[in-house]
Design a protein around this ligand. Structure first.
Ligand code: PXL
Length: 271
């Protein structure tokens, strides 16, 4: 059995965070483990406003010890870290255990949550974790933050951002959410390996039920790497996986709806 780990927040609503990661790992036939960094909750009496409760440092360290020294995964991803010590501890364990297949999802804000940004924490993530990543998976907003570009509103600027981020040490950069670039009619992502650009395109789905898409996509990339795919192969398969998952998007309530990472199984069974 191939083992894989996520270091991420728990999304109590089940669509994003480590819940999305574990569901995705399962679809790839892997044995998933999770170190909880924070617990995210959503308040139905306040328009689904997010609250984040960090776990104490000792509890996070003990989980990482269990996973990395006690078991030893073939790949790992990180999601919402939430604290400086979570950034430090992630660096410590990924480095000490020599995890090459590390996917860094630089979660800076939850979709639609209007959560307060923490520029110092993002800075720490860029300095301490970015150089360890096989792939970093920023969306356009996160890519602007990481590259220092004021705005990414053209493909050329996305390429420039990818070059800058690659220069900070990530071996590959995947900028997601290119459908938000003016004039785009496809779901477009941009992959850069330090030499060549690859554009990945899928049908742009007309849906608001995309909660957890970023988490699912970076989890799928890590899962592909764990299974021995090359990075471009893992990224291409993850793109198909997330697109299929979003085809099964559904409303959890009037505020939020996730994709359905197991949809491809039903389609395979009943097609
Ligand atoms: O989608 C970003 C995200 C990541 N991690 C956790 C979250 C969210 C958004 O809600 O709750 C734990």
């Amino acid at each position: 059995m191939i083992k894989i780990a996520t270091i991420a927040g728990s999304d109590a609503s089940g669509g994003a965070g480590l819940e999305a990661d574990l569901k995705t790992f399962e679809e790839y036939g892997l044995y998933g483990m999770a170190a909880v960094t924070v617990i995210a909750t959503m308040d139905p009496r306040r328009e689904w406003a997010h609250q984040v409760f960090p776990l104490e440092e000792a509890a996070l360290r003990a989980q990482l010890e269990t996973i990395f020294k006690g078991v030893g995964p073939a790949a790992a991803k990180s999601g919402m870290l939430g604290t400086f010590y979570a950034v430090e501890l992630t660096r410590e364990y990924i480095t000490a255990q020599g995890i090459k297949n590390f996917v860094l999802d630089p979660v800076m804000v939850c979709k639609g949550a209007g959560e307060a940004l923490n520029p110092e924490l993002n800075q720490a993530l860029a300095e301490k974790l970015l150089p360890l990543a096989e792939v970093i998976t920023p969306n356009l907003f996160e890519a602007a933050q990481l590259s220092g570009l004021p705005e990414i509103d053209t493909l050329e600027k996305a390429k420039e951002a990818a070059r800058i981020i690659h220069g900070k040490g990530s071996r590959n950069v995947l900028i997601k959410g290119g459908s938000k670039l003016p004039g785009q009619t496809k779901a477009l992502d941009l992959l850069f390996d330090g030499r060549d650009f690859e554009i990945l395109e899928e049908e742009l789905l007309q849906t608001s039920w995309t909660h957890g898409a970023g988490c699912t996509s970076s989890a799928a990339i890590a899962a592909g790497l764990a299974r021995g795919l090359s990075t471009p192969e893992a990224v291409r398969l993850a793109k198909k996986f997330i697109t299929q998952s979003l085809r099964g998007g559904f409303a959890l309530n009037r505020w939020v709806g996730p994709g359905n990472p197991s949809l491809w199984r039903k389609d395979r069974l009943f097609q």
